[in-house]
Structure formats: structure tokens, C-alpha cells
Write a protein that binds this ligand. Structure first.
Ligand SMILES: *Cc1c(COP(=O)(O)O)cnc(C)c1O
Length: 326
């Protein structure tokens, strides 16, 4: 793809802010270049604007290069940056299946970008790629695909995701893998070397158990990541978050153990809920939640459905008792 053609002209031309910690790298005994307070309380210095230590731990876990990683204040920052980098307000549009994660549309509206929602197939929540394609035109910059999808819980096959990335070489395809660690479908990170129009989002908020830490991940070609770095706030990930991330990343086994526990609880909870008269149906899940068809509704295409997060064994038992009383 010709990246120059899809990036907003003002972003292509942008001379990024150069902060003190960009201009000096390494260890010094005295720092007088950033107007910081010299008295050490653990957070008196500006944090590393590129979060190198976090990325060096994360890169081998994800099988990508450090230069292919952007870290943000939650995935939500990465979602917003996608609009700010690629989409001209009032001109460009994006295409996304529905229902899906609400932030794609909220950020589109904030950035004055047209959001084209394409319904998933009823009941199966399968992607209708032809219907997606019918909405794509010369001003379509981004196609959003959340897999496993929130709120439906299903993952799309890797073959299907690859075929979408291949079919739309003039669009950025963002695959949001917030729930990938709970899924039996492998991550698309293995495809990053092959496709320069692919951006993959992941997060510390779900499997890693750190929603309060606010750390989101975008992975793409090193060239795309350069634009994320140019547009982001210089110190977008604070020191406390970076330190906590370093701690969390040093114990991958603990994360995997929790994922295993949640997956086994998911199936126990499924069986339990299916015994309740108010439960009509539970959809297949590749995530840490179940979409349960009951007797009330809100989200389109998810009529009469509740999205229920899998909790601890005790929490799941309490939920079951409460639903039994309905
Ligand atoms: C929970 C979730 C996220 C996580 O967002 P953060 O800002 O990283 O907490 C991203 N995408 C989807 C689809 C989600 O459900």
C-alpha cells in the first residue's frame, strides 16, 4: 500500500514535538534539561516517552519488533489516533460491522468522520464481507474488525481476517484483539510481516487483569508506528503505569493461569445458566464473557441479550443465585 496516500496530509507534514527525554537518551548523574523538580520521590522525572523497557519485555511475548509497537493510555487512545492519523474530518469514512465495540463510533463522531455500520449476520454474528465491501469507497480509510467481537463473543477465522486484509489493500484494516488471549483462534500478529495495511490492537485490560493501569497496545509496520509516535502526547504513558507493566510482564505464567481459570469457569457458568428458565440461549464465546439471550434487550441484533463477564467461582455462583430468583 502507498502509506503516503492514506495518511492525512497534515500528519505527513507534521514536525513532531521533540521533548527533553527524546533529545537525551542514556543515564546522566545530573538532569537539568526538563525543568523537573530535583528531589526524588520516585515520580519527579518525566517518564520515558517511548516506554522502551516495557516494549522490550512485550516484543518477544508478541513476536514483533520493538519498533512495531505503540503503547497508549488504553486501546482507546490507539483507536482515537487511528482517526487522527488517517481520516480527514468531514471527508473520509470508516466501515465497521455491527454490533461491535462502541468506541469506534464514538471516536469517529468526535473526529467528525463518517461511520458506516454493516450488520453482522443474525444469530451467527458472521461477517458479511460482501456487505462490508459494498460500503467501501475511495474515501474509506479504515475497516474495523473486532475479533473476538464484543459483544457477540465470536472470533473470525484467521483465513477470513487475512482475506479481508488482502481484499482491501487501499484501506487500513484494524483488527482489535482485546480478547485474543481467551481465544482458540491465533493472533494476527503472525501476519504483520506480510501486510502493511494491518494494525492489531491488544490491551492490558482483559487477560492481563490491569484495566485500571490504562495500557493499550497497537502493533503494525514500523512505518505506521512512527506516525502513532509523532501524533501522540509526548508522555502519554505515565511512569506508574510503565513500572507496573514491567512487573506484570515479568510473570506471563500468572496471566496464563488466570486465563485458564476464567476459561474453565466460562464453561461451568454456561452449563449453570442453561438450567435457568429465563435463559433462552447462550452464544459460543471465544472471550471472557457470555452473550446470553434472556427476556430484556437493548443492543441491536442482540435483542433480549445480556453480556455477562465470567467472574471468580464465588462471583459466578452469586450471579446464578440472583438469576434463579428472577
Ligand atoms: C475492553 C476492550 C478494549 C480495551 O480498551 P482499553 O482502553 O485498553 O481498556 C478494547 N477493545 C475492545 C473490543 C474491548 O472490548
Amino acid at each position: 500500500m502507498n502509506l503516503q496516500q492514506i495518511i492525512r496530509p497534515n500528519i505527513l507534514a507534521l514536525a513532531p514535538y521533540s521533548c527533553a527525554r527524546d533529545e537525551f537518551k542514556g543515564e546522566a548523574s545530573v538532569y537539568v534539561d526538563a525543568n523537573e523538580n530535583p528531589y526524588n520521590n520516585g515520580i519527579n522525572r518525566y517518564p520515558d516517552p517511548r516506554q522502551l523497557k516495557v516494549k522490550e519485555l512485550l516484543a518477544p511475548i508478541k513476536g514483533v519488533a520493538v519498533e512495531q509497537i505503540f503503547l497508549g493510555n488504553g486501546s482507546d487512545e490507539a483507536i482515537d489516533l487511528v482517526y487522527r492519523i488517517f481520516c480527514r474530518p468531514g471527508v473520509d469514512n470508516v466501515v465497521a460491522p455491527a454490533p461491535t465495540y462502541g468506541m469506534y463510533q464514538v471516536c469517529a463522531e468526535v473526529n467528525d468522520v463518517e461511520y458506516r455500520a454493516v450488520p453482522l449476520q443474525a444469530e451467527t454474528f458472521a461477517l458479511d464481507v460482501e456487505a462490508l465491501a459494498a460500503q467501501v469507497d475511495a474515501n474509506t480509510k479504515v475497516i474495523w474488525v473486532c475479533s473476538p467481537n464484543n459483544p457477540s463473543g465470536n472470533a473470525y477465522s484467521q483465513e477470513q481476517l487475512i482475506s479481508i486484509v488482502q481484499r482491501f489493500p487501499d484501506q487500513i484494516v484494524v483488527v482489535d484483539e482485546a480478547y485474543i488471549d481467551f481465544s482458540s483462534v491465533p493472533s494476527m500478529t503472525s501476519q504483520l510481516a506480510k501486510f502493511d495495511n494491518l494494525i492489531i490492537l491488544q490491551t492490558f485490560s482483559k487477560a492481563w487483569g490491569c484495566a485500571a493501569m490504562r495500557l493499550g497496545i497497537a502493533m503494525a509496520s514500523a512505518e505506521i508506528i512512527t506516525y502513532f509516535n509523532n501524533v501522540k502526547y509526548p508522555y502519554n504513558v505515565n511512569e506508574l503505569t510503565q513500572n507496573q507493566a514491567i512487573k506484570v510482564l515479568s510473570d506471563v505464567t500468572k496471566m496464563r493461569r488466570h486465563v485458564e481459570e476464567i476459561l474453565s469457569q466460562r464453561e461451568i457458568l454456561r452449563e449453570l445458566l442453561l438450567t435457568l428458565p429465563c435463559v433462552k440461549k447462550i452464544y459460543p464465546s471465544d472471550a471472557n464473557f457470555l452473550l446470553v439471550k434472556v427476556t430484556r434487550h437493548k443492543v441491536q441484533l442482540c435483542q433480549n441479550c445480556l453480556r455477562i463477564t465470567v467472574g471468580t467461582p464465588e462471583e459466578n455462583a452469586e450471579l446464578y443465585e440472583a438469576m434463579k430468583a428472577l
